[in-house]
Ligand binder design. Sequence first.
Ligand code: NAD
Ligand code: UDP
Length: 338
Amino acid sequence: MSKILVTGGAGYIGSHTCIELLNNGYEVLVLDNLSNSSDESLKRVQTITHKKLEFVNGDIRDRELLDKLFSENTFEAVIHFAGFKAVGESCEIPLDYYDNNVYGTIVLCQAMKAANVKSIVFSSSATVYGDPASLPIMEDFPLSATNPYGRSKLMVEEMMGDLFKSDNDWGIALLRYFNPVGAHPSGQIGEDPNDIPNNLMPFVSQVAIGKLEKLRVFGNDYPTVDGTGVRDYIHVVDLAIGHVRAIERLKSNKGVQIWNLGVGKGYSVLEMVAAFEKASGKDVPYEIVDRRSGDIAACYANPEKALKELNWKAERELEEMVTDAWRWQSQNPNGYAS
Ligand code: NAD
Ligand code: UDP
């Protein structure tokens, strides 16, 4: 059986990916320092799948620990989720972001190289496209960064390109996620932000459950359908399945391969709010406030490359995204601490 090292596997996208890996017959070892998660997510992954995974509480920057894990296990590949992800925070503590996201990835790749494990799937982001000149976004669009978080993703992408140039044995999948939302349909695992959420959907969920008073909609004067920002929201289970397909692709294809993982369709903030109200039966009061600095008007993917090369396509519609998000929120009002 093939074994996959999943860094950051206790987090939101990682835990959903563990389910898909286990259900597809992979063995899984999660390395996570629980800086933004709880190992309760992994207990629930095992309950949902009726399968076991291994968990090591540790840091990707700990080279000794990595060497130990690589010597004790035979990994087919690494899926690398571990990192910090809050744009605003990255402007306040940029060095911490470069340390965790860039230096952490360097240490991981050095350990992989030493162990001759040269297949990696990396969590990149649509943020690397900056403010795109046109839509939908294709993988060969120009790249740019407007904040330290985005720059850390861009740096890692470029670093991995150099790594492959130096050694053609590497197989590197750069997955550029659009906006992951929703939760596992069991309602047992989902997104569990530590503080007040930065992202739209967890914020909306917490307003609906009564933990937050109202949503602040950042701007209604964008050139979009109703003036509010448009994004390509993708169900986290679809996203998770994309990682399994990428692992399968790396078995026979080396090189740096890049895929957009999105639905290919954009929804506005107010459309998301309306869909959530319908699914939950709850009101989501909101007020329109100024634009958030750094936000772009609209962003959605052209996901055809992933369909062609990974045989992957997002299957879950908006209604399923918001219904599953609400099931998770209402069954676990305080996340994993509930
Ligand atoms: P998350 O915070 O829920 O998961 C990240 C996990 O990594 C957490 O469990 C955290 O404890 C762990 N971690 C952080 N630093 C670590 C370290 N040094 N060593 C070991 N573990 C560490 O975030 P997520 O939403 O699941 O995102 C996963 C990845 O996808 C991140 O790299 C993120 O930047 C990227 N991404 C996320 C989104 C999104 O909207 N959620 C969008 C695009 C890209
Ligand atoms: N947004 C909002 N209020 C919030 C959070 C987000 O109006 O409290 C808007 C934001 O301006 C953007 C969309 O919702 O148009 C998605 O934002 P999010 O932070 O979830 O993802 P981003 O695409 O910025 O990474």
